[in-house]
Design a protein around this ligand. Sequence first.
Ligand code: ZN
Ligand code: ZN
Ligand code: ZN
Ligand code: ZN
Ligand code: ZN
Ligand code: ZN
Ligand code: ZN
Length: 1755
Amino acid sequence: MASELETDVQAIDQSLLECSAEETAGKWLQASDLAREVYQHLAHYVPKIYCRGPNPLPQKEDMLAQHVLLGPMEWYLCGEDPAFGFPKLEQANKPSHLCGRVFKVGEPTYSCRDCAVDPTCVLCMECFLGSIHRDHRYRMTTSGGGGFCDCGDTEAWKEGPYCQKHELNTSEIEEEEDPLVHLSEDVIARTYNIFAIMFRYAVEILTWEKESELPADLEMGEKSDTYYCMLFNDEVHTYEQVIYTLQKAVNCTQKEAIGFATTVDRDGRRSVRYGDFQYCDQAKSVIVRSTSRQTKPLKVQVMHSSIVAHQNFGLKLLSWLGSIIGYSDGLRRILCQVGLQEGPDGENSSLVDKLMLNDSKLWKGARSVYHQLFMSSLLMDLKYKKLFAVRFAKNYERLQSDYVTDDHDREFSIADLSVQIFTVPSLARMLITEENLMTIIIKTFMDHLRHRDAQGRFQFERYTALQAFKFRRVQSLILDLKYVLISKPTEWSDELRQKFLQGFDAFLELLKCMQGMDPITRQVGQHIEMEPEWEAAFTLQMKLTHVISMMQDWCALDEKVLIEAYKKCLAVLMQCHGGFTDGEQPITLSICGHSVETIRYCVSQEKVSIHLPVSRLLAGLHVLLSKSEVAYKFPELLPLSELSPPMLIEHPLRCLVLCAQVHAGMWRRNGFSLVNQIYYYHNVKCRREMFDKDIMMLQTGASMMDPNHFLMIVLSRFELYQIFSTPDYGKRFSSEITHKDVVQQNNTLIEEMLYLIIMLVGERFSPGIGQVNATDEIKREIIHQLSIKPMAHSELVKSLPEDENKETGMESVIEAVAHFKKPGLTGRGMYEVKPECAKEFNLYFYHYSRAEQSKAEEAQRKLKRQNKEDTALPPPVLPPFCPLFASLVNILQSDVMLCIMGTILQWAVEHNGYSWSESMLQRVLHLIGMALQEEKQHLENVMEEHVVTFTFSQKISKPGEAPDNSPSILAMLETLQNSPYLEVHKDMIRWILKTFNAIKKIRENSSTSPVAETEGTILEESSRDKDKAERKRKAEIARLRREKIMAQMSEMQRHFIDENKELFQQTLELDASTSVVLDNSPMASDMKLTALGPSQTQVPEQRQFATCILCQEEQEVNGESRAMVLAAFVQRSTVLSKDRSKFIQDPDKYDPLFMHPDLSCGTHTGSCGHIMHAHCWQRYFDSVQAKEQRRQQRLRLHTSYDVENGEFLCPLCECLSNTVIPLLLPPRNIFNRRLNFSDQPNLTQWIRIISQQIQALQFLRKEESTSNTASSKNPENMDQLQLPEGFRPDFHPKNPYSESIKEMLTTFGTAVYKVGLKVHPNEDDPRVPMMCWGSCAYTIQSIERILSDEDKPLFGPLPCRLDDCLRSLTRFASAHWTVTSLSMVQGHFCKLFASLVPNDSLEDPPSILDIDMFHLLVSLVLAFPALQCQDFSGISLGTGDLHLFHLVTMAHIVQILLTSCTEENGMDQENSTTEEELAILALYKTLHQYTGRALKEMSSGWHLWRNLRAGIMPFLKCSALFFHYLNGVPSPPDIQVSGTSHFEHLCNYLSLPINLICLFQENSEIMNLLIESWCHNNEVKRYLEGERDAISYPRESNKLINLPEDYSSLINQASNFSCPKSGGDKSRAPTLCLVCGTLLCSQSYCCQTELEGEDVGACTAHTYSCGSGAGIFLRVRECQVLFLAGKTKGCFYSPPYLDDYGETDQGLRRGNPLHLCKERFKKIQKLWHQHSITEEIGHAQEANQTLVGIDWQHL
Ligand SMILES: [Zn+2]
Ligand SMILES: [Zn+2]
Ligand SMILES: [Zn+2]
Ligand SMILES: [Zn+2]
Ligand SMILES: [Zn+2]
Ligand SMILES: [Zn+2]
Ligand SMILES: [Zn+2]
């Protein structure tokens, strides 16, 4: 059946391929009814090409479509072969100067903060790099897809609109010529014909809604019964739901289901079943049924295959049109014309209209195809852009409504094109004037918010989920309004004024619906039952904030508009408050002989609302009037007489009182929603159009009122009128009312009211209120923020309000007020306020929160103390008010104010009788200070002959009037100055008195009568003396206290040492173990130290003690006692690997005996160096395990360590560990005692003896295996064997270690085996010892690399933990053979030995090119005792070590010489030829000879010697470390310092001749044989013949990849990266492996793979091959470093990219340019080299538990 179908398809193909494009086009050219002809062609062929089976075959379809369908059109259009026609068109074209590049998802975009007209103007990377903006302040973001490059758009850029590439054509754009002039009449006519037909066809078929019937002119005769079950995307169902449903409904695998779901999500629809109608309909009903339960069902249609075919071709056609118009601007214009031409049905019937109006009905894929076509056609043509904009505006209401009811994201809606149109200033302006766009947008918005209360206000309080969803979508309309307003007009036409004001009217209607919305009433008695919904109202307010500000900005640009807007706003406000005094009984207030009428209203009892946008807009406009001086120029035009100041202030004042009462705790029962609202009211995101404007409104009102009247109303609204209007009320009040809460409440309210007055008089930094400019305002904000604490750039930006362009204006002024301090290796760069700005500090700065205020106060006082100044924080000198607000200062000297001050001071003087607070007093003092500053300013700036009317100083000197005769304010201050309970405020009072005297002096100087001023001065001075004494006394007290604290601290310290004595001693003793040797032995510095061999320096026996960190017991370390262990962590490693493609494929078969020189697949052991008893550790580990099991049963929590894998945290330092290493003394000493070293064999003799022994062993081994079958020993065979002299293979030495140590030897050995090979533990596996030796060698090599890379000396001061770890590891590895089978280790030794000295035990030994010699050395030396222990001929272990070492060294030399590939050059060569050079040249010649002259000729011994020395150094260094730790011989002092290469010192220490070649000469007899055998290996031949590669020496250190300096090039690289699995799709989370540079598609279904039976993400999968479990990645979109270990562990790490302010930008939220910080990158590399990634993850997870829960394996 299947094959039949296939041939069928092929047959069709054949007929299709025979179809000729030229012929068809020719037929069309003759046709009288072209449209009919073309439609017939399509009707016939489209279903033959598209949709022939269940799965699409895009390549084949595309090929056939091009051949049969598009080809004829191209022929027709060109009138000739398109291969010639299109290039001709292209040549004739004058290309556009617009870039227009459409952004891919994740592509970097750039905006210039200096030149972009608004932040939506962006450049692509190419244009940006070629533009002037790369040197400006730019911002970088990653595109979410859609949108295009604005390069070349002169309206988008204030400067530099063209990049270099697009500038070329600018000379021509002056005259706007019609691009059609470049086309011939014929081409125009044909293009028009074919475009019109094709565009109509595409629109018709894409918007076709019938499921099984085609448009009549496409219907064919016979119809097959082939259908698709088409699944559509929605935003309701999750991936998982869809996948699950599909598996059930169409019976597919999970993988297929994932594929379907991915396509549905990407393209918006996907056929999930193909077949006859019934078959598809069945699937449909299953899907609908199983998804309709919880939500609305998934959308599924059963569609006839021919419809799907035509739709697919329709999409293809649109893309084709998009690419065809790329050839010529003329073609583009024709397409635009066709698209916008009105159709037969009149209004809204053009093809473009049709598409737009059907937008929400189309699936995602279709939408994005036609949106792209619009962008590349209509938006690229200057003339049609305008016409399109008009169509868009005309349809605006409908499009937005469609969008609001649709469920797709905005980026998939045509409505999203608004940003492309409205942000073009000329278009926006045109649409406002011609289409009344502002009004349309606002009205559309209002239409969607129909939910109102009785007064017609919005009602968000009880929003349903659906309403909330709709509300979220409607918000995008506000964004449109913002786009329209974002570029402000430079000139106004009457038309624009009129339409703007119409829009303003509509806007006021909107604000009116918000004025007073969501009112609240204080809850008394019971707590509220349900927290009211408040967020929607605030979201609206927040979204509108910038629009409100921009409305004001627009008004400010034109006086006529400003005046009109002011009038309109006032009128609306009066409507809102229409008759606000109605029904209220007016009451009269009076204090100090002043009286005023007001209404009776209590915030604490009646309704109050935070939302007052109309009042606030009016306040803003009023300040603009003041600023632009319109009010003075045309007062007659203003409705000033209509203003009723008490009405203006009423609602803002209520709102401020509400805040005060909330602070006083009076609204506790109203719950958190109110607290949150108050928070946002003051928050930097809202305050500009909320709190700030309320203060302005009060300033406006107060400036028009009698200050006494104003203050009385304020007192009344604060519900404090009684207290201050009744003499002695305070006294009575405190005695009568004992309720503490009420007292406290009133105190807070008084404090709040005083604070409000301070703000009203002191806040003059808004242009229009005070005589300042905008930079003064921002400077002041910054000074006050930095007065709290030094801040990083981003922190500071966050605390400042942003304008609609996301700018704070901070950069331009920051340098004037702050210093920048650069960051170190961690942390961020910080700004600190300049000291000279301290005088501008105002403790009662109105944007401080309570907490900030107290922090700032503390910081400023501390600073003053440090500078040895007094700690007074007097009010700063303020700029003068603008004339409209000038009268505000009179509040300070008004009678009511003086009364309030006097009353509070009185309370403070008689401090016992009243309830008052220090804060209250502090605020009064501040107010007095402000008044004095004001007066001083007035006096200093007074014009001649003018009288200063500000006479505060005189008023406060006057005592109160009869009858109570209270003392003057001044007198009270003098009294308070000496009161002991006001210590903190003394400096301030003194400052006030000083200022007072200064003012007095100025007044007297001007009025010439030097009256008794002395009194005050004396008073001041005497007090100063007294004060000095007081200070001295205090200083003394402070000193004593300090001393006492110090004593306490050292006591505590001693205590700590006592308690942890063992700990301290342990470190001391361990350190001593090496240094003592040096001290005791006379040879220490003079004598040659030798690390190995018969002449090894003998180290006096050392006793070593260690303390268990668990039981704190001290114990000697030796072989007989209980084992002590170090916590250790074993991990696989590829850090040194030279071939990352290699990894252990099948661990069960892997043979680790020989390490390849590429060092792939190593096993690293690390330790934190903490010592425990083995039994203590065991107990600890058991308890951790038990606890973990209990915990996992209870709650399925993860931990940072995996107990099941033997992991635990070091009990002392919490370092991740997975096993323990036993502590041992140098093990060789135990076996090396019995011998005299007199007569030892030389290398040749020794090799012979060993070979004989090996032979004997092999014979015995063979015997054993045969005798097993014969079941008895064959004595005859035994006789045949000639046992070498003194060799006793039946001898088994006694194990020198205690049971406990033996157990630990096995434990650690098994752990290395288990982790290194990832197999189940098996202590008897023959590979256990190999793994132990390998880990020892690998760890030493990795440490040698780190030291060399950092240029550190080999035996310099190594960190304690490394030293301990290497010592224990080496000694362990050398003792491990004692717990394994002797014959097994002997067998290993024989094989290892055979790699250098051929014997029968190893068939096909590896070539010396394929052995890492250091690994070989370690294994040989550590396996050797197993053989040597049976040798009683008198050869010492040391002799064996030495010969083994020499043998391996020589092999390594040959290895180096064979692989050294350095070019000979004559440079730098010294003249004289040394002995070494001659010797090495001779050796090289020998090699040359043995390799059959395949080795390259070399004539320079100098080069060879130099290469050898460089190549062998790492080996020598590793060997020195190895033997040092193995035998415990101290290192020669020369190697302990860095500097020269130490070659000679190393040779001495290792018992090597300086001229290494001497080794060969001394043993030439045997060596020549060996060299010959090495060189004759087949692999060596292949290498020399160039058939394979080999590692050359020295091996270079592995580094992390090179990262680019500029982060954006990484983003760009990542944006070009597409998911390797889902054919060209953009990856959502491109992630870069920093080890090998591979880009991965992380965190995505498409790239999940199965690893050990589990689904894992691309990163986790990659770590398995690249980092054998550990990985270091850079998540490019997030700018975040990711560490992964195993499948379950991971953490994020701070990235090595910083912005200019020394901050990282994790998540790329701020978009400042980022540059590579080399030091930070090195730090990451170091973590990697040190194998600390896993440890780092462990620490991060311990510190932050939320990291544990992250699903790392899916990254
Ligand atoms: Zn561009
Ligand atoms: Zn450009
Ligand atoms: Zn710029
Ligand atoms: Zn212990
Ligand atoms: Zn530790
Ligand atoms: Zn992928
Ligand atoms: Zn990698």
